[in-house]
Design a protein around this ligand. Sequence first.
Ligand code: ATP
Ligand code: MG
Length: 415
Amino acid sequence: MKRNISLVKGTHDIHGAEMEKFEFIIEKFYSICRNFNFKSIQTPILEQQDLFSRTVGEQTDIVSKEMYSFLDKGEAYICLRPEATSSLARFAASNYQSGLLKLITHGPMFRRERPQKGRYRQFHQINIESIGEKSPYVDFELILIAKLLFDDLGIKENKHRLLINSLGSKEDQIKYAYELKKYLTEFKIQLSEISQSRLDKNPLRILDSKDPKDSEILVNAPKISEHLSEESKNYFNQVKKLLNDNKIKFFEDPKLVRGLDYYSHTAFEFQTNEDKRQNAILAGGRYDNLISMISSRDIPGVGWAAGIERLMDLISLKDEKSESDKKILFAVQDESYLNNNRILKQIYSLRYNHEVRVSKNIKKLFSYADKNNFSFILLIGEEEFKNKKIILKDLKNKNQKSFEISKFELKNEIR
Ligand code: ATP
Ligand code: MG
């Protein structure tokens, strides 16, 4: 016996009903974004490792522990992308001209994390980025699109919440990092090992820690909202006003810093209310310094990413879709009945959703139609073939009619 080849740890196949959800999410996402004039883009899965060391940051878990990177035949260190924003920033650094570059994409991302429910090593994201302008409206627009997506996916108001925060400008962050470090140094020996190591290099990262010891110490830590310049506060107030004016409910969370180094000003996250460890569904923010980290250009931007698998867990697809599909099973008892069949030709040219099956056993054909949610069966059995007839059965209403093949017009019978 040959041993079956198993999946690589932390990866998964998506098929059947799950794949329907996956496609439903992508379709909704693209259709909403197109109405806001976003254009789709696909960037490579392979990138220079340097791209993410510079953008996401050496101190982050993603870069320090989770990246799949390797020396490519002795030539260069390359990696499987752990996220998409940096790739789109790389694209914008060379291709941005003026105004807003509005980009959407989706695809697999790779992080060598400990696999759990909702946490994979290869997972999928939808991503949206608006690059070129620093304006509260642009930040608001991206949050609005996220909200519309949740609505269109049928994720109810009571199943999720929007958290927002402002990380201020780079100058605000430098001042705040100083205050935070001063506070945390008093508790240095009680901090987790990783947080201790971050204390000197990147104290803000500690706010993102999931270690319970760290969380306890952080309760009384100074808050970034207390260290924002007037300008940064004003900016954040305008974003909040737009959200309020449009009845988008949010909670301010001063501890929300996001796991990546490149954010400034508005940061946000949509979480599920369900008490799960993997409660982050969609996350993003403004990144005015990102592009200058990887190029000589200084272009502001804002964006978000959502985990498709995590969205899939929150939605259920109803049967409405398949009913409106009018799916036809074209069933024959013998292969030869398919030859030069004028009704099949109608099916092709009118683009009906259909499947062709051949079986001597008519019962089997009907049970196949039943199991696979077909709305109609078009049947040519031996008897019908002899008499040049075809049977059309409406499987939902259970009625059945027989027609002469030469006169049958599908578009008159199934609309
Ligand atoms: P988490 O806190 O769950 O680790 P994150 O902050 O690392 O999430 P981001 O880098 O902001 O996540 O990525 C955006 C979204 O991608 C997340 O909100 C989540 O829905 C999804 N995501 C991130 N990592 C994974 C993973 N390993 N498996 C599945 N989905 C993921
Ligand atoms: Mg993570």
